[in-house]
Design a binder for this molecule. Structure first.
Ligand code: GDP
Length: 208
């Protein structure tokens, strides 16, 4: 699953503007500040290929990164973040619609990596997103972020933090018609924990 090279292809502002669907795609989605840019940078081995932006209003495009690996090529697709508390309602709606259209219509999409911040309880928006993806029958991979920070917080506490995160998600998935829970991967962009696991997981999907 070693990544040989990465190429930023383009930023598109509509589904029609996206690159031709010639390669399988792995999309990345999550709330603002979840650590999405950091994760994309980690997976692509770039310090700032995805800007770790402090200005949420800027990320309104779908960004395609071509990942070339020993096992074949695929697009890693960075979708606009959602849930900016201070964004105007109309803007939020637009982002949501744009992203929904991509998720529902992109025929080459293999899975959506839904990023959930492991340092806080999964938020209503996370669970709504999970619920929506489940109802739409879109394959999901849950990627928990910032586990380095979580471990520090959890040190000394008795509960196994991983079990607790899974419980939250399991509850949210109770009413779905799925045979099993989606894969869950724990990552840190600070320590690169989970990086290999994510890349191997993508490779294991074997549609490229
Ligand atoms: P985005 O808005 O989802 O793209 O989030 P960013 O990648 O910009 O990260 C948001 C904030 O979380 C930044 O201050 C990052 O430094 C921090 N962050 C991201 N990933 C990690 C991580 O794995 N561990 C820790 N401790 N902090 C992280």
């Amino acid at each position: 699953a070693t990544v040989k090279s990465v190429e930023f292809v383009q930023a598109c502002a509509s589904l029609a503007g996206c690159p031709k669907p010639t390669l399988p795609e792995i999309a990345v989605i999550g709330r603002s500040n979840v650590g999405k840019s950091s994760l994309v940078n980690m997976l692509t081995n770039r310090k700032s290929i995805a800007k770790t932006s402090k200005n949420p209003g800027k990320t309104q495009t779908i960004n395609h990164y071509k990942m070339i690996t020993g096992a074949g090529s695929y697009y890693l697709v960075d979708l606009p973040g959602y849930g900016f508390a201070n964004a105007p309602e109309a803007l939020r709606e637009k982002w949501a619609e744009f992203t929904r259209e991509y998720l529902l219509k992109r025929e080459t999409l293999i899975t959506v990596m839904l990023l959930i911040d492991s340092t806080v309880k999964p938020q209503r928006l996370d669970l709504e997103c999970l619920d929506w993806l489940g109802a739409a029958g879109i394959p999901v991979t849950i990627v928990f972020t910032k586990v380095d920070k979580r471990k520090k917080i959890a040190a000394g506490k008795r509960a196994n933090p991983q079990e607790t995160m899974e419980e939250f998600c399991r509850e949210a998935m109770d009413n779905w018609d799925w045979d099993e829970l989606p894969p869950m991967i724990y990552t840190s962009s600070e320590t690169a924990e989970g990086k290999r696991e994510v890349l191997n997981h993508i490779a294991s999907l074997r549609q490229f």
